[in-house]
Design a protein around this ligand. Structure first.
Ligand code: PMP
Length: 448
């Protein structure tokens, strides 16, 4: 196969249709905030491989650590022996944990596997079966993770029966309660905690309920940070009934929101904390963190997996944690986040654009803009956007497509009209400005 175009065609012929792609072409290289395709096309990357390459592509310290580990030992099966990067990583992560009770670690490859492990642990440790999840949640594509995923039907269409014993409550997201975006978070919180109370009295008794699983920032469901009071409310219910609180920070963790973990902001203690994506900046690695007092009750051999906690991935993750400290990553997130939100909020005030924009939300560099759409239930409840219903459908995907044409990778999210901005956490001021300009130009062309 000689040309980049024919290699791309070869992919279309031989790679399963079950995968979808937002851009055409074959990616060849990535450096910092940019990626390059085989045909030479260069793109500013505001997707980070869906929130993974948080330190940019091919971060020199991370790549070096992985390369050195490759020359040392690549695979130590976790049931055979400990390996040094595994233990060094725990040593580095311990002080970064959002609560000091979190002191017992287990590494897997992917976010989905971490979710599976957490569900298994919760069932085993409580002796109860049922799991409560949130409407709009995304936790992965394996069977247990898919069962607690409630963001889009496409992930499980035709796949049922899924894992039984899963119940859901609404997330404190105005859409889900059919309220306007300006609704105070206390109202949303009260309603959702009331629904939890009803669920525990009507459908799954606390004595049958093993865990509540939550993304503290709803990701694929629309980029919605949970109010502190909601997270505190969940903790209180869990404490009252001996239910475990599983906090899935696979997407929101590792500095994405400006703190190492979003849950830190609330001070709420997770019983099980899940991380992946940014943890190893692109090497497959996820972490399940709990407390020794709980995990000591697990039968030896009940957890594990051939590649779980791979040595190269762990070495890369050690370099990631070092880079966070050495390169003031969280400071950069805060500075760039202020610029991004100021820009998005300005667009929301803009005379011609305001009518198309329903909401700007998120935290840190996990930001979203939602457009008005006749397909978005709830839009019609917003008195501030009387023209919402006249807007053509699919505005978010058309804007994302336009950005890609103009040289910037950008993703939508959720069943609503939402664009998500997840640039590298160490993006320069100049590249942030450039991304904002491409976005504004694209949006103006789409709504013109
Ligand atoms: N949990 C959350 C919050 C996620 O965002 C994702 C991935 N988007 C997953 C779990 C699943 O992770 P993975 O794709 O690595 O299996």
């Amino acid at each position: 196969i000689s040309s980049p175009a024919s290699l791309n065609d070869f992919g279309k012929q031989h790679v399963t249709k079950g995968l979808a792609r937002i851009s055409d072409g074959v990616m060849a290289r990535g450096q910092g905030s940019y990626v390059e395709y085989l045909d030479g096309k260069k793109m500013l990357d505001f997707t980070c491989g869906i929130g993974v390459t948080n330190l940019g592509h091919s971060h020199p310290k991370v790549s070096k650590a992985a390369a050195e580990q490759c020359m040392n030992i690549t695979h130590v099966q976790c049931s055979i022996a400990f390996h040094e990067p595994y233990l060094r990583l725990i040593e580095k992560l311990l002080p970064e944990m959002p609560h000091r009770s979190l002191d017992s670690f287990f590494f897997w490859n992917s976010g989905s596997e971490a979710v599976e492990a957490a569900i298994k642990m919760a069932r085993v440790l409580t002796g109860r079966q049922n799991i409560i999840t949130m409407q709009g949640a995304y936790h992965g594509r394996t069977f247990g993770a898919m069962a607690v995923t409630k963001s889009k039907t496409v992930y499980s269409d035709g796949v049922a029966p899924l894992m039984p014993g899963v119940f859901s409550i609404p997330y404190p997201f105005w859409h889900q309660l059919r309220l306007p975006p300006s609704t105070p978070s206390s109202v949303l919180t009260d309603e959702c905690l009331y629904q939890l109370h009803l669920l525990l009295s009507q459908q799954t008794s606390p004595k049958d309920t093993a865990a509540i699983i939550i993304e503290p920032v709803l990701g694929e469901g629309g980029y919605v940070p949970a109010p502190k009071e909601f997270l505190e409310g969940l903790r209180a219910v869990c404490d009252q009934h001996g239910i475990l609180l599983i906090v899935d920070e696979v997407q929101s963790g590792f500095g994405r929101t400006g703190e190492m973990f979003f849950i830190e902001e609330s001070g709420v203690r997770p019983d099980i904390l899940l991380m992946a994506k940014g943890l190893a900046n692109g090497f497959p690695l996820s972490g399940v963190v709990s407390r020794k007092e709980l995990t000591d009750k697990l039968a030896p051999g009940s957890m594990g997996g051939t590649y779980a906690g791979n040595a190269v991935s762990c070495a890369a993750a050690c370099a990631v944690v070092d880079a966070f400290r050495e390169e003031n990553i969280l400071q950069n997130v805060k500075a760039r986040s202020q610029e991004l939100f100021a820009f998005l909020n300005d667009l929301k005030q803009d005379q011609t654009l305001a009518q198309y924009i329903l909401d700007v939300r998120g935290r840190g560099l996990m930001a979203a803009m939602e457009f008005a759409s006749s397909e978005a239930p709830g839009a019609e409840f917003d008195p501030a956007t009387p023209k919402a219903l006249t807007v053509k459908k699919g505005i978010a995907s058309r804007v994302a497509k336009k950005c890609i044409e103009k040289g910037m990778l950008l993703l939508t999210t959720s069943v609503y009209e939402v664009i998500r901005f997840i640039p590298p956490l160490n993006i320069s001021q100049e590249d942030m400005k450039k991304g904002c300009e491409i976005f504004e130009e694209s949006l103006r062309e789409v709504v013109r």
